[in-house]
Design a protein. Structure first.
Length: 163
């Protein structure tokens, strides 16, 4: 099982079901993942690092890192809450059983962690195509590694966030 990555998420949460549902990582979404979705598999798609090597030096690097840290603080809080709910949920009631049985997975790309702050403003078609291709490549790697885990077990250990 993967540990929570050192290069972490600014992300979207994807819930796999017959028709994949897309949901932004917000408090309302956390409840929707359980209350409005029949799937127990949730995929976290990472697009922003939790940690970076080195210290930011320029004003723009500092601002970029501050934005990453600010987003990640909220996301990590949500993931910790999901981890707690999975541990304390009463599997005897329907919502508790859904929380207890939730399986979490992660798709990540090292290439995305290498992009600079200016990439967030890049609206060129070639860049979108690069991101699209990288997303498909990362999804393929995930499926090659974890396809048999979907529907059976989590591949991302959220419990390490509680230690």
């Amino acid at each position: 099982m993967d540990r929570f990555p050192r290069h972490g998420p600014k992300s979207l949460l994807l819930s796999l079901s017959a028709a994949t549902r897309l949901c932004a990582a917000t408090t309302d979404c956390r409840w929707a993942l359980v209350r409005e979705c029949k799937s127990q598999d949730t995929i976290l798609v990472q697009i922003n690092p939790v940690e970076r090597e080195g210290s930011p030096r320029s004003a723009s690097e500092i601002l970029n890192r501050l934005n990453e840290v600010s987003f990640n603080a909220v996301l990590l809080k949500e993931l910790r809450m999901i981890a707690v709910l999975r541990q304390v949920a009463n599997p005897g009631n329907s919502e508790g059983a859904q929380w207890a049985g939730m399986r979490i997975h992660r798709v990540a790309s090292e290439m995305l962690t290498e992009l600079g702050a200016s990439s967030k403003l890049n609206a060129e078609w070639e860049f979108f195509s690069l991101l699209h291709d990288e997303g498909r490549r990362s999804a393929q790697v995930f499926l090659e590694t974890h396809a048999l885990d979907l529907g059976r077990r989590s591949t991302l250990d959220l419990d390490v966030l509680l230690q």
